[in-house]
Design a protein around this ligand. Structure first.
Ligand SMILES: Cc1ncc(COP(=O)(O)O)c(C=O)c1O
Length: 375
């Protein structure tokens, strides 16, 4: 069985012998040309036209009113939380099943995370768990200042229900859409449901800028504030240095944005190919008992960032991880649950029954786009 899976992956990537990574970027368009242009013009740093162009490409693609390019997704989340009004000592609700950056961003502004359970089908925050937590929380003792649901692997969480519940309690929603560029729920791009959303363009994501992130918001004023806060709060002036608040140097450099512009031109082709890869995995695992392919939830068009399967128990999962990695096929479990990490072990949580079930059984499989095979 283990060999049957790895043989299938080798055929999918037409790689009979060499190492197959989990998610390698692909630069088959104008990326090199735009990077050379940055070097030739010397505009490699925080000023340059590619940053504006990249922002407007993301705005057009996601239909977000404002998109502000930042150095990475983590600092984008920190900024978004600050814009949502989160302050030191506040509680911020998020989910236990996520990459550590979500929790770190909450801590970076001095707030404390509380970790909620996920739904088994979406992997994202469970609206039932959210409601239960809110109903039992004494907000006179600690303010809940924001809620950060995560769209895991590009699959939409129940973001509409989460936004409705948060509206009842008057809690702003910041969507961690780091993994979700190209994913929609209904007709809306993920990251555009809450007050703010954040994308990541890290090297392992659907498209990459080397390192990078984007803050999305439909609130014009917050968009302007996002740019101000991430550019040292400098008041525009031809030569004077005036800054009107303590702020960050989180602006995406032009050289990273140049890569992003080249990548955005390839995005649709990448998404189309990732859909074909997902279909191949779906068909293959439909024939295998005891392994469940995690598919896009109802109503969601996923980017299928990392195709992920669930084994029937941890032992079988671990056996596959050892076998595939020993045979040159990269596979990875999902992350250790946040409250199991030493720095978050005293954070409030709920029972995390589903999150534990998923994190003990899940394995992500090679999911790189294969554009060269389609040219
Ligand atoms: C769920 C999630 N949140 C946040 C981040 C942080 O993004 P970055 O690596 O760009 O800081 C990532 C990815 O790296 C992620 O997967």
């Amino acid at each position: 069985m283990l060999e049957r899976i790895t043989t299938f992956i080798r055929e999918l990537y037409q790689e009979p012998d060499s190492f197959i990574p989990l998610h390698a970027p692909i630069f088959s368009g104008n990326e090199k040309k735009y990077l050379c242009n940055c070097v030739d013009t010397t505009f490699v740093s925080s000023v340059g036209e590619y940053v504006n162009q990249f922002e407007s490409m993301i705005q057009d693609f996601t239909k977000s009113r404002k998109a502000v390019a930042v150095a990475n997704g983590t600092c984008g989340l920190t900024t978004a939380l600050s814009l949502a009004g989160v302050q030191s000592g506040d509680l911020v609700l998020t989910q236990a099943l996520t990459f550590v950056a979500t929790a770190n961003a909450i801590r970076h502004i001095g707030a404390k995370p509380a970790f909620l359970d996920s739904d088994k089908d979406t992997l994202g925050m469970s609206p039932d768990a959210l409601r239960a937590f809110l109903e039992h929380h004494d907000s006179t003792r600690q303010r809940i200042a924001a809620c950060v649901p995560v769209h895991i692997l590009g699959h939409a969480c129940r973001i509409r229900e989460i936004c409705d519940i948060c509206m009842e309690w008057d809690i702003p929603v910041v969507e961690d859409a780091a993994e979700a560029l190209g994913s929609t729920l209904g007709t809306k791009h993920l990251g555009t449901f809450g007050l703010l959303g954040v994308l990541s363009f890290n090297g392992n994501k659907t498209i990459t800028t080397g390192g990078g992130g984007m803050i999305l918001t439909n609130n014009e004023e917050l968009g302007i504030r996002a740019k101000h806060l991430t550019t040292t709060a400098k008041i525009p002036h031809p030569w004077e240095f005036q800054h009107d608040e303590i702020a960050w140097n989180y602006r995406m450099p032009n050289i990273n944005a140049a890569l992003g512009c080249g990548q955005m031109e390839q995005l649709q082709a990448i998404l189309d190919d990732k859909k074909c890869i997902a279909q191949a995995y779906r068909n293959f695992f439909a024939e295998i008992d005891d392994i469940k392919y995690i598919d896009e939830p109802n109503g969601c068009k996923s980017n299928f960032w990392l195709n992920t399967i669930l084994f029937s128990n941890r032992e079988k999962r671990d056996e596959f991880l050892v076998f595939s990695n020993n045979h040159g096929i990269m596979s990875r479990p999902l992350w250790t649950l946040m409250p199991d990490l030493p720095m978050y072990k005293t954070s409030p949580t709920d029972n995390l029954v589903n999150a534990r079930h998923i994190s003990e059984r899940a394995v992500s499989l090679p999911s790189s786009p294969r554009l060269e095979q389609h040219q």
